[in-house]
Write a protein that binds this ligand. Structure first.
Ligand SMILES: Cc1ncc(COP(=O)(O)O)c(C=O)c1O
Length: 380
């Protein structure tokens, strides 16, 4: 993966011999008389040189025949759903999804004439009952946000195949370093490239990877809805990808070190990280994943939201901010950020406590992070 991240999909030599692929900012390219419409090179149509270069890099990382970059993770996700579903169609979706995905399904799916049933991704025995003759796709996340659970992904693929559904997985939290879902048999992989793929908290982008035919369908949707990635952001993303494997390995290490420390602390009641041997998904996560990821969540033993906020305020290395996957450690309380849109009843239904704290580990020294959390637990 280290070598793939640096070299795969690279044009060698690059234009003018450049080792780093340049930014082609031009929106349009000269045509020749009689040229087919489909061969036109225009930025929104995802057909210009920097875009094609980036798509090759993204495909290589996911081990996919094809990939596409989009203007955000939500653009990737909504473009996939628009490509797979039409009015009257039905979607099966995990009950533990990123808040924005959840809100889109709750607030907008009905307007588009889609119906959606949420299922517990850990209860394969309940999925068949949720099927309708109009079910077309099954949407899950590899590591769920914010509860940090790992669903039985092989069962999702087998179920989708058995019922002729397109299986879609949001692989943002695992990143292709820890899991390549297409190898498990998923049809489409979606990312918020804003997170691990870029890794520096300085751009918003998305990515979809999969088979050539499906990606062509998604590309057509993106081209028409206009969720194309700008070449400057694409350049930053292509740069970030080169260090993906090193960064994610450091983040895996930091999250496991921090989770082990927190589990043994008397002020901490609960820690969720799939690398801990008492995590409910530890056994199958160990079989599925190459690394357990850089994310963890925790709850303090007492004091609820007030104690959680005091603890967050006392951290000095970790920054209070609602994103993830960057080189800096970020902490947030999902009830007031990523999952605020669900409301208290929705959160309670899906087991997201108001005082749950989510941690996205960066690449700082693990001992420094542990010391920061230890001090904040003493002071906060
Ligand atoms: C798992 C997951 N998927 C998708 C998204 C949406 O990504 P973006 O903010 O790039 O649109 C996020 C954002 O936090 C996320 O955490």
């Amino acid at each position: 993966m280290d070598t793939v991240a640096v070299h795969a999909g690279q044009t060698r030599p690059g234009p003018e011999g450049s080792v780093v692929y340049p930014i082609y900012q031009g929106t349009v390219y000269t045509t020749v008389l009689g040229q087919d419409y489909h061969d036109i090179r225009y930025l929104r149509l995802n057909s210009t040189p920097s875009q094609i270069h980036l798509h090759g890099r993204l495909a290589a990382l996911e081990g996919a025949p094809a990939a596409l970059a989009t203007s955000s993770g939500m653009a990737a996700l909504t473009s996939v759903l628009h490509s797979l579903l039409g009015a009257g169609d039905h979607l099966l979706a995990s009950d533990c999804l990123y808040g924005g995905t959840h809100d889109f399904l709750v607030e907008h799916a009905a307007r588009l004439g889609w119906t959606c049933t949420v299922v517990d991704p850990h209860r394969p025995d309940t999925w068949a009952a949720a099927l309708t003759p109009a079910t077309r796709a099954f949407l899950v996340e590899t590591i769920t946000n914010p509860l940090i659970r790992v669903p039985p992904l092989r069962e999702v693929v087998a179920f989708a195949r058995g019922h002729e559904l397109t299986s879609v997985v949001d692989n943002t939290f695992a990143s292709p370093v820890n899991l390549r879902p297409l190898a498990l048999g998923f049809d489409l992989v979606v990312h918020s490239a804003t997170k691990y793929l870029n890794g520096h908290s300085d751009l918003v982008a998305g990515c979809v990877a999969g088979g050539t035919e499906l990606i062509e369908r998604v590309r057509r949707t993106v081209n028409l809805y206009g969720g194309t990635l700008d070449p400057h952001a694409g350049f930053l993303l292509a740069r970030g990808l080169k260090t993906l494997a090193v960064r994610v390995r450091a983040q895996n290490h930091n999250a496991l070190s921090l989770a082990r420390f927190l589990r043994g602390h008397p002020r901490v009641a609960q820690v969720s990280h799939p690398g801990l041997d008492d995590h409910p998904d530890h056994a199958h996560a160990a079989e599925l994943l190459s690394g357990f990821g850089g994310m963890l969540s925790l709850r303090l033993a007492a004091g609820g939201v007030i104690a959680a906020d005091a603890f967050l305020a006392a951290l000095r290395i970790a920054t209070l901010a609602p994103s993830l996957g960057g080189v800096e450690t970020l902490v947030t309380r999902p009830a007031v950020t990523s999952h605020a849109g669900m409301g208290p009843a929705g959160r309670a239904r899906f087991g997201i406590a108001e005082d749950l704290i989510r941690v996205s580990c960066g690449i700082e020294d693990a001992a420094d992070l542990v010391e920061d959390f230890a001090r904040a637990l003493d002071e906060g």
